[in-house]
Design a protein around this ligand. Structure first.
Ligand SMILES: [Zn+2]
Length: 74
């Protein structure tokens, strides 16, 4: 016969994996969702900021400074 006790808590559904440190935590227990802690949230934020800084600035498509010299046409 199987034991009547269910080893898995009902809150199992609320358990998620932190994308920063990879640790599992309960969504209800974190103070910085969807991360496990404020530290991981800050780390993720710094990642994005770091990527933005490394990206080249897009100032829009420039048509190029084409100067046509009409000299000579008299
Ligand atoms: Zn984490």
């Amino acid at each position: 016969m199987k034991p009547a006790r269910n080893p898995k808590p009902s809150a199992e559904n609320a358990r998620v994996t932190c994308s920063v440190c990879g640790s599992r935590f309960y969504f209800d227990e974190t103070d910085a969702p969807p991360f496990c802690s404020q530290r991981c949230k800050a780390i993720d934020l710094n990642r994005w900021l770091d990527e933005e800084i490394s990206l080249p600035h897009e100032g829009g498509p420039k048509m190029g400074e084409v100067v046509e010299l009409d000299e000579g046409e008299d």
